[in-house]
Design a protein around this ligand. Structure first.
Ligand SMILES: [Fe+2]
Ligand SMILES: [Fe+2]
Length: 406
């Protein structure tokens, strides 16, 4: 189709790549809380951020090519492509979701990037080539990771056959849609919203013992100064880390219209929490604990993800729960230091550094997006108190200790 790619052709293609990167991020965000496999949730947390960075890099090249208009930043390849995305989004099992993302969408994107690189006007368009080479390498890593997960899911000949059939069906659809470039197709007539039903709980694998009734969960006096206390606290924290990957995913999927920088912040937080889940689980196991050793509450989930205003979600969870969590982390660090538990201190200090940013994301975006809307600000800031007054208080009681940075 192209000899070498012109400035005008670049503008359209980069806008289409950016659209696909953002859609993949929204698919992962939409699915994360209904996924059973913890390693998939963690992988999604990481890749939501990496796909956000890809979209960001593509977006930064557009104005350099005189594509300052918003229109160039987000171009659906074709109406058929949008329909294909909706079909993929509706897949409700991990195997079909993984096949769609890692055997169909990402490889198609990689092929489009490779084609683009082969046809780039060099050195005139070296800046585009530089960006695409970087994204391409990471997308290949994602597909490789996806393939290892698919192999753990397609564990019978029947499931392998189902995966292959689904892949074939989607590849046919993608071909008919004109591929990532939407060749000889039109777009603009069709869009779809990734809506979610009311959610009581996020999905957990069978090891977890989730308390169904919030009222059964009462405040505890666990302390980080003994191993039993550490196991209780880390076990609870592990579930909270997963919840936060999931609720960030929900903001990304539920509110495609939020400012781009806010979306990057939410994706960054999803990645942070995915790392936290890995770190916390490892430390829990080092201390002789394991997932499912205690009962766990998902308090706050239902009050967060069902809110129609993303700022109410941030006011409740980032500004209130995560701010509270910073106090706890400081207390744990002080206790671990006193007891000479240097391993915990090292890890908790990284966690605390991230959590402080999460509180800031909350305060910044509530402040920024309500600065001309005092009514909304009032409602948003009143929401956490409303939740805490109406619901049974849960958490861990502790005496706040002073914390000194090493
Ligand atoms: Fe965290
Ligand atoms: Fe956090």
């Amino acid at each position: 189709m192209y000899k070498t790619i012109s400035v005008t052709q670049n503008l359209e293609l980069l806008g289409k790549y950016r659209y696909v990167e953002i859609q993949m991020m929204e698919l992962m965000g939409s699915w994360a809380y209904t996924i059973v496999e913890p390693e998939v949730k963690i992988g999604f947390g990481r890749q939501m951020y990496q796909d956000a960075v890809h979209a960001d890099m593509l977006g930064k090249r557009l104005p350099e090519l005189k594509g300052r208009s918003e229109h160039f930043h987000y171009i659906a390849p074709s109406d058929e492509f949008v329909k294909l995305l909706e079909k993929i989004w509706q897949a409700n099992d991990s195997l079909r979701r993984m096949v769609a993302l890692y055997r169909v969408l990402k490889p198609a994107l990689v092929a489009a990037y490779e084609y683009h690189l082969e046809h780039a006007e060099l050195p005139a368009d070296e800046p585009t080539a530089y960006i695409l080479r970087n994204i391409l390498a990471e997308e290949n890593d994602h597909s490789e990771w996806g393939e290892t997960i698919i192999n753990t899911l397609a564990i019978s000949p029947d499931l392998s056959r189902l995966a292959a059939q689904w892949q074939q069906e989607l590849e046919n659809d993608l071909w008919a849609a004109g591929g990532i470039r939407g060749e000889s197709k039109t777009a603009g007539a069709i869009s779809f919203k990734k809506t979610h039903p009311y959610s009581k709980r996020p999905t957990r694998d069978s090891r977890w013992k989730i308390i169904e009734n919030d009222a059964e969960f009462t405040e505890k006096n666990w302390s980080f100064d003994n191993d039993d206390g550490k196991r209780h606290l880390l076990h609870d924290l592990l579930n909270s880390e997963f919840i936060t990957v999931e609720r960030m995913g929900r903001i990304i999927a539920d509110f495609p219209e939020i400012p781009w920088q806010m979306k990057i912040d939410m994706a960054h937080q999803a990645w942070d929490e995915a790392r936290h889940a890995e770190i916390v689980q490892r430390r829990l196991e080092e201390l002789g604990g394991h997932v499912g050793m205690f009962r766990t509450s998902c308090f706050g989930w239902e009050q967060d993800v069902n809110r129609p205003d993303p700022l109410e979600r941030l006011a409740l969870s980032n500004m209130t729960f995560e701010s509270e969590s910073c106090k706890h982390l400081r207390d744990w660090i002080a206790k671990a230091k006193k007891a000479g538990d240097t391993r915990s201190v090292q890890l908790l200090e990284f966690l605390l550094a991230d959590e402080v940013n999460h509180v800031l994301y909350g305060t910044h975006w509530v402040d920024e997006l309500t600065k001309n809307d005092p009514e909304r600000r009032k409602r948003v800031l009143a929401y956490p108190e409303k939740v805490l007054n109406e619901h049974h208080p849960v958490g861990v009681k502790f005496e706040e200790t002073t914390y000194e940075r090493a």
